[in-house]
Design a protein around this ligand. Structure first.
Ligand SMILES: Cc1ncc(C[n+]2csc(CCOP(=O)(O)OP(=O)(O)O)c2C)c(N)n1
Ligand code: SF4
Ligand SMILES: [Mg+2]
Length: 278
C-alpha cells in the first residue's frame, strides 16, 4: 500500500540567505546558524514570521546569514530593539542573537531588565568567553587566570554567571547548549521559542582563533543529570553549583509574559514628536 507522505513545508535551507559567513574556519557560530535554521524548520515558521535581531560581534553577524527579517543593531542594545518590536508586532517570532561581550558587558544592564520584563522572545547568547571580533580581549565570562594581551596573567576577576543572573532577574526559561551538538541545540531553541515569556539560551560556542583551548569543550559537555524544574529555589541551587558544562533545559518558569496595557502602543507619533520639538 502506498502511503502519501506530505513533505515538510520548509527545510532548514529555506532559512539561509545567500550571504556567505565570514567566520573563521571551525568557529562554533557556524553550528549555531545551523541550529537556528533547524529550529525554525522544526516549528514550521515561515521566514517572514521570524525576526533575528542582534548587536555587534562575530556572533551578532547571524541575522545576515538567515533569510528571515533581521536587524543588526548597535553594540549591546539588541534586547531593547527586540522588546519594542515584539510588543508592537506580537504576531512575529523574535529571536535575539548576542555574544558574551555584547550581552554581558555593554548589554549587561539590558539583560537584567529584559529577564525582569518577560517579553515573549528568545535570547541566544553565543558565549566563547572572549571578545572575538575585536581580537581577544577578556569578557565577563573569561576565566580569571586566562592570559590576554590586555591582561597579562589574567583579569583575576570572578566571572559573571549568566544563568544565575537570568534566574534571579526573572527569565522564564533557561537553558545551556553546546554549539557542536547542532540537533540538540535546535531542539532546545525550538522549545525556547515555544515557551511563553523571555527565554534565555546560553550556547557554548568556541572561538577557535582566540580561544583554541575551547576545542576541549566537546569532551567536557554532558547532558544535565536532572530534568528541567519550575522551582526557582531548586534551580538556583542547581545553577550555583553547576560547573558550566551541564547542557539542556535547566529551568522552565510559569510567569505570564509582559502585555502592554490596552491602547498603550496605539500612539500617534506626530503627537510624540511635538513633545521633542525645540
Ligand atoms: C559602542 C561600541 N563599543 C565597542 C565596540 C567594539 N566591539 C565590537 S564587537 C565587541 C565585542 C564583541 O564580543 P562578543 O559579544 O563576545 O562577540 P564575539 O565576537 O566574541 O562573538 C566590541 C567591544 C563597538 N562596536 N561599539
Ligand atoms: S574570531 Fe573567534 S568568534 Fe570570531 S569568527 Fe573567528 S573563531 Fe569565531
Ligand atoms: Mg564572545
Amino acid at each position: 500500500m502506498n502511503i502519501a507522505v506530505t513533505p515538510p513545508a520548509y527545510t532548514p535551507a529555506d532559512y539561509k540567505s545567500d550571504v556567505k559567513p565570514i567566520w573563521c574556519p571551525g568557529c562554533g557560530d557556524y553550528h549555531v546558524l545551523m541550529s537556528f535554521t533547524r529550529a525554525f524548520a522544526q516549528l514550521g515558521l515561515t521566514p517572514e514570521e521570524v525576526v533575528v535581531v542582534s548587536g555587534i560581534g562575530c556572533s551578532s553577524r547571524i541575522p545576515a546569514y538567515t533569510n528571515c527579517y533581521g536587524f543588526h543593531g548597535v553594540h549591546g542594545r539588541s534586547l531593547a530593539l527586540a522588546a519594542g518590536l515584539k510588543v508592537t508586532r506580537p504576531d512575529l517570532t523574535v529571536v535575539v542573537a548576542s555574544g558574551d561581550g555584547d550581552g554581558y558587558s555593554i548589554g549587561g544592564n539590558h539583560f537584567l531588565h529584559a529577564c525582569r520584563r518577560n517579553v515573549d522572545m528568545t535570547y541566544v547568547v553565543m558565549d566563547n568567553h572572549i571578545y572575538g571580533m575585536t581580537k581577544g580581549q577578556p569578557s565577563p565570562t573569561t576565566e580569571p587566570e586566562f592570559d590576554t594581551a590586555l591582561t597579562p596573567g589574567g583579569t583575576k576577576v570572578q566571572p559573571f554567571h549568566p544563568l544565575v543572573v537570568a534566574l534571579a532577574s526573572g527569565a522564564n526559561f533557561i537553558a545551556r547548549c553546546y554549539s557542536g551538538d547542532a540537533n540538540e541545540t535546535a531542539d532546545v531553541l525550538a522549545a525556547a521559542i515555544k515557551h511563553p515569556g523571555f527565554s534565555f539560551v546560553e550556547i557554548l560556542s568556541p572561538c577557535v582563533t582566540f580561544r583554541p583551548d575551547e576545542k576541549a569543550w566537546k569532551d567536557l559537555v554532558r547532558p544535565a543529570p536532572i530534568a528541567a524544574t519550575d522551582d526557582q529555589g531548586k534551580a538556583a541551587r542547581r545553577l550555583m553549583t553547576d560547573d558550566g558544562f551541564n547542557v539542556g533545559i535547566l529551568y522552565r518558569g510559569n510567569r505570564l509574559p509582559f502585555q502592554p496595557a490596552a491602547g498603550a502602543i496605539d500612539i500617534d507619533l506626530s503627537v510624540l514628536e511635538k513633545d521633542f520639538e525645540l
